[in-house]
Design a protein. Structure first.
Ligand SMILES: C[S@@+](CC[C@H](N)C(=O)[O-])C[C@H]1O[C@@H](n2cnc3c(N)ncnc32)[C@H](O)[C@@H]1O
Ligand code: SF4
Length: 298
C-alpha cells in the first residue's frame, strides 16, 4: 500500500489483523516484557527490546510528510510501544499531527504494566494527541493460568489498566487466548476471562487459539501438566466464555486465522446467535464451517 517508506523495519514485524491498511511506525523494537512462555514473536536476537532513537523516529515521520504520503491510520510498533514514557509518546504523536495531518487513528499494543505509572490525565493527553486505540493481550482472567504462562500480569492488574485506559477515552481491544489453560483450567480460564471482560467492558474483544508453530517446549517447561484441548474442547470453552459475558456494547471477533470456527458479532445483540453457532458446531462438527488445518496460522 505504501511505497518507498523512509522507515527502518526490523523483521519480523507483527500487527493486529485490523491494522492491515495502516502504516507501521516502530517506536520500539521487540517487547519490553518478552517472557510470556507461549509467545515467540520477539525472541529473535535482532528483536531485543530497545526504544528507537527519537531523532530517527521524528525524521521518518517528517520524511513521510514530505513525500505527501496519504497516511490515514498508523500502528505504533513493536510489541508494546506504550512502554515509552508519556513525554516520548507525545513527541511522536505531535510530529504525526504536524507532518501527517490526515492520520486520524493512531493505535498500539499495550501491556497493563505500560500504564501502571501513567495517570488517567497523562493517558487523556495521549488520547487528545491522537492515540485512539490500544490492543491489550489480556490472554486470560485467571490468575493461575496467567502465572503458569508467565504473563507477568493478574486479573486485577489487567482490569485496572483497562479501566484507566477507558476512563481516558482510549478505545480498548482485548485479546483472550482460547485453550491457554489446557484441559485442567478450561472452566476457570473461560469464567475468569469473561469476568475480566465484564468488569472492564472493552469496546472490542477478540479470541485467538493458542498455537505453537515452533513447538511447545518452552511453554511446557513452565506448564508441564498442560494438556491441549482438541477442537470440541476449544469450542466448549468458547461457549462457556461467551455465555458468561454481560457486555453492553462490544464488537466481538473470533475470526483470526488461529480459530477453527470463525465468529463475529456485536454484543449483546448477537450473543444468542453466536452461542447457537457454537452449539451447532459442537453437536454436528461434520456440518460445521471449520477452518481446514492448512488454513490456520498465527
Ligand atoms: C504481538 S502480541 C503483542 C501484544 C502485547 N505485547 C500484549 O501482550 O498485549 C499479540 C498477541 O498475539 C497473541 N499470541 C502470541 N503468541 C501466541 C500464540 N503462541 N498463540 C496464539 N496467540 C498468540 C497474544 O494474544 C498476544 O497478546
Ligand atoms: S504476548 Fe505480548 S507481552 Fe507477552 S511476550 Fe509476547 S509480545 Fe511480549
Amino acid at each position: 500500500m505504501f511505497h518507498n517508506i523512509p522507515i527502518r523495519y526490523v523483521e519480523p514485524v507483527y500487527r493486529p489483523p485490523s491494522e492491515a491498511q495502516s502504516l507501521i511506525l516502530p517506536l520500539t523494537d521487540g517487547c519490553s516484557w518478552n517472557r510470556c512462555t507461549f509467545c515467540e514473536m520477539y525472541t529473535a536476537p535482532q528483536k531485543r527490546f530497545r526504544a528507537r532513537d527519537e531523532a530517527e523516529v521524528l525524521e521518518g515521520i517528517r520524511a513521510l510528510g514530505e513525500q505527501g504520503a496519504d497516511v490515514r491510520r498508523i500502528f505504533l510498533a513493536d510489541g508494546d510501544a506504550l512502554a515509552l514514557s508519556t513525554r516520548r509518546l507525545l513527541v511522536a504523536l505531535t510530529a504525526i499531527r504536524e507532518h501527517l495531518p490526515q492520520a486520524h487513528r493512531v493505535s498500539s499494543y499495550c501491556l497493563p504494566r505500560n500504564v501502571r505509572n501513567k495517570s488517567v490525565e497523562e493517558l487523556r493527553e495521549l488520547a487528545d494527541a491522537g492515540l485512539k486505540l490500544v490492543y491489550v493481550g489480556a490472554e486470560s482472567g485467571d490468575d493461575t493460568v496467567l502465572a503458569k504462562v508467565n504473563k507477568g500480569e493478574t486479573f486485577a492488574s489487567t482490569r485496572d489498566a483497562l479501566l484507566k485506559l477507558g476512563a481516558a477515552g482510549i478505545t480498548r481491544s482485548v485479546m483472550i487466548l482460547n485453550g491457554l489453560g489446557g484441559k485442567a483450567f478450561c472452566s476457570a480460564h473461560a469464567q475468569h476471562s469473561a469476568d475480566l471482560a465484564n468488569a472492564t467492558q472493552p469496546e472490542f474483544l477478540a479470541t485467538l487459539v493458542v498455537s505453537f508453530p515452533s513447538g511447545e517446549a518452552r511453554f511446557r517447561a513452565a506448564f508441564p501438566e498442560w494438556e491441549p484441548l482438541e477442537i470440541p474442547g476449544l469450542l466448549a470453552e468458547m461457549e462457556q466464555f461467551l455465555d458468561r459475558l454481560t457486555l453492553q456494547r462490544t464488537v466481538f471477533r473470533s475470526d483470526h486465522a488461529s480459530n477453527w470456527l470463525s465468529l463475529r458479532g456485536n454484543l449483546p445483540t448477537d450473543k444468542a446467535t453466536l452461542l447457537a453457532q457454537l452449539r451447532a458446531a459442537i453437536d454436528h462438527p461434520e456440518n460445521a464451517p471449520l477452518r481446514p488445518a492448512w488454513a490456520r496460522g498465527l
